[in-house]
Ligand binder design. Structure first.
Ligand code: MD5
Ligand code: FE
Length: 203
């Protein structure tokens, strides 16, 4: 089943459900090697969402700016490799949405605890502007804000649930978006948190 949210934005409800046990197993060693951390924005604010990465590149933020880099700044080691199942799932979802050549190099893993949110922003740090971003939501459901190309354009509210996958491409790739403050509730498998895993083709 496929839901068109807007031009270029395709929701695949429950698409990741069958992969959840494998995803959670793969996440264990990743967060062991590269723990979740709260990054600081160039403006000096500490993000309420905790992040880590796997893949050949990872997204980082600090006082100097936002960028993708090959090494985890906490350890100076390469990011953990992207598990095969992540790549398979991301490419299968992209393919369902019409992107048959999606080659993600970066996988950003966001952890939301009760009270975490992500303010309205655009994703513009990827050099490859034609590739989509594939996003998997797990755990506690969240209210996602999907706006337009201008910060003050009106926002649609979408509820993203455990197992949902969204492919953000085409006209939706550079829309403003954010996540409302996570409610304090319990998910049977993930506990009181939400994980969002995004796949990004940088080059
Ligand atoms: C999240 N993460 O739920 C979201 C899912 C981030 C981020 O926003 O930057 O880590 S990705 C949603 C997304 C990506 C690219 C474009 C659009 C939405 N969009 O045009 O709405 O943690
Ligand atoms: Fe984003």
């Amino acid at each position: 089943q496929r839901q068109l949210i807007a031009e270029g934005a395709v929701c695949l409800p429950g698409f990741a459900l069958e992969y959840v046990p494998t995803i959670l197993e793969a996440l264990g060693p990743i967060v062991e090697q590269a723990p979740f951390r709260h990054l600081v924005t160039p403006g000096g604010h500490t993000m309420s969402v905790a992040m880590t990465n796997c893949g050949s590149l990872g997204w980082v933020s600090d006082r100097r700016g936002y960028r993708y880099q090959e090494r985890d700044p906490l350890s100076d080691n390469a990011w953990p490799a992207m598990p095969e199942i992540f790549l398979t799932l991301a490419q299968k979802a992209a393919s369902e949405a019409g992107y048959q050549r999606f080659k993600p190099q970066a996988c950003l893993i966001n952890q939301y605890l009760p009270g975490s949110k992500m303010s309205l922003h655009q994703d513009k740090d990827e050099n490859n502007k034609a590739a989509p971003i594939v996003s998997i939501s797990l755990g506690v459901s969240a209210t996602f804000l999907f706006g337009g190309l201008r910060r003050d354009d009106p926002c649609q509210k979408l509820i993203l649930q455990h197992g949902d996958v969204v492919v953000w491409g085409g006209a939706s790739r550079f829309c403003f978006h954010g996540v409302q403050t996570l409610k304090d509730s319990e998910h049977s498998l993930l506990g009181r948190r939400r994980l969002n895993i995004t796949f990004r083709q940088i080059y």
